[in-house]
Design a protein around this ligand. Structure first.
Ligand SMILES: NC(=O)N[C@@H](CC(=O)O)C(=O)O
Ligand SMILES: [Zn+2]
Length: 428
């Protein structure tokens, strides 16, 4: 018996048209896409005119397990992901202990197998304990199934260490995913360095702390031939560097978060630095930086959207701006938020946005999915583009309630998500 989706409209990613189609799913793959599929013997889901999209793929998520289960678990984080329309997430290794051995990579796969609501691809750390002192066994991490290597949460300070990591990664054909931050330049900072940080008397993190490291790593990627993927780009100079690297023909890709596309440091200014739910790393920057990120997304410099879903407890986020941890949750509402703010307002087309959420991450990281096609993996989500609903942390499956978008009314929520042929989320 298959799963038959009726009354849906499939987005054609080439033309941007919505086409009335029925989809038959058998096992974990799409068996048939047609105007009419023979009904007999299948479990039928009426989509009520919903729009069928490839399941989203988020290459930057913090699931916090093992070690920080008060913030999130693989179970809660992947349930949140499924509600957000995601079918694949790549999780960051800055857990406790750090995911820096093949056993710990396998642990993430094992827990996901039992408790997960989407495909989870763990990253392995570049350095042992993310301490920047000793290289991990990148070959063993790769063999255990690491999707990339990264010390996300901190930057790799030593250029020699990064060069060695890239040399091994290039041979192993595994992406090097960088949290670009020069610790000396960023030292003690808690928000973007500029007029607002000066007015509030808060220590700043300059855009340069990001861009100088990206410049370094582009040069190292050119030298070693590694695939360099730049995490959560936020600064205008950084976007310019990645554009230059791409023009040079280098294997350099990047992601941007919804918050860096939509918000600036002005929200911290308006609240006089009183709310740590606005604290994130890299920090919200200036309007010029935000515009550069948008431009980069539109011209293809920025390949994909990643949420950098970074849940923390409410107690932690109640601390002062200077002392609270960095990070926003976002996986549960990223698509509706950007659909409402960018597609409805005419900045980007629906098909283009979907490519940034699904097709491009699949292509860049060579993953299944990213498209809805006959014979392909049955990873998809159905969205309702009409019904407006507020972003409400009380309704989150995620343990993390820390988002500056609370109360915002948005459209484009998922009503049904299917991962490898299994229903992982469905509205009542
Ligand atoms: N983005 C953040 O503000 N925080 C992340 C770390 C990171 O992604 O750099 C976290 O782990 O909390
Ligand atoms: Zn990071």
């Amino acid at each position: 018996m298959g799963l038959l989706l009726k009354n849906g409209r499939l987005l054609n990613l080439e033309t941007g048209e919505l086409e009335a189609r029925e989809i038959l799913i058998e096992g974990d793959h799409i068996a048939e896409i047609a105007e009419l599929v023979e009904e007999s013997g299948h479990e039928v889901h009426d989509l009520n005119g919903g729009v069928i999209l490839p399941g989203y793929i988020d290459m930057h998520v913090h699931l916090r397990q093992p070690g920080f289960e008060a913030k999130e678990t693989i179970e809660t984080g992947t349930k949140a992901a499924a509600r957000g329309g995601y079918t694949t997430v790549a999780c960051m290794p800055n857990t406790r202990p750090v995911i820096d051995t093949p056993e710990r990579i396998r642990y993430v796969y094992d827990v996901t197998e039992k408790e997960g609501s989407c495909t989870v691809l763990p990253y392995g750390a570049i350095t042992v304990g993310e301490l920047g002192e000793e290289l991990t066994d990148i070959i063993a991490l790769r063999e255990a199934g690491a999707v990339g290597i990264t010390d996300d949460g901190v930057g790799v300070q030593s250029s020699a260490m990064m060069r060695r990591a890239m040399e091994v990664a290039a041979c192993q054909d595994i992406p090097v995913v960088i949290h670009s931050e020069d610790e000396d330049l960023a030292k003690d900072g808690c928000m973007n360095e500029g007029v607002v940080s000066k007015r509030l008397g808060l220590p700043g993190i300059p855009g340069l702390a990001e861009s100088v490291m990206i410049a370094r790593d582009i040069m190292l990627a050119e030298e070693t031939g590694a695939h360099l993927h730049v995490c959560h780009i936020s600064d205008a100079g950084s976007v310019e560097l990645v554009r230059w690297a791409k023009q040079r023909g280098l294997k350099v890709t990047t992601e941007v978060t919804p918050h860096h596309l939509l918000l600036t440091e002005s929200i911290i200014d308006e609240t006089d630095g009183g709310d740590a739910n606005m604290k994130v790393n890299p920090p919200l920057r200036t309007e010029a930086d935000r515009q550069a990120c948008l431009q980069g997304l539109l011209d293809g410099t920025i390949d994909m959207i990643a949420t950098d879903h970074a849940p923390h407890t409410e107690e932690e986020k109640k601390r002062s701006f200077a002392t609270a941890p960095f990070g926003f949750t976002g996986i549960e509402f990223a698509f509706p938020l950007l659909y409402t703010e960018l597609v409805e307002k005419g900045t980007i087309g629906l098909a283009e946005l979907v490519k940034k959420f699904a097709t491009n991450p699949a292509q860049v990281f060579r993953l299944p999915g990213g498209k809805v096609e006959q014979g392909g993996i049955a990873d998809l989500t159905v969205v309702d583009l009409e019904t407006e609903q507020a972003i409400d942390p009380n309704a989150f499956f995620s343990k993390g309630k820390n988002t500056p978008f609370v109360g915002k009314r948005v459209k484009g929520w998922s009503t049904l998500t299917i991962n490898r042929g299994r229903v992982t989320y469905k509205t009542e």
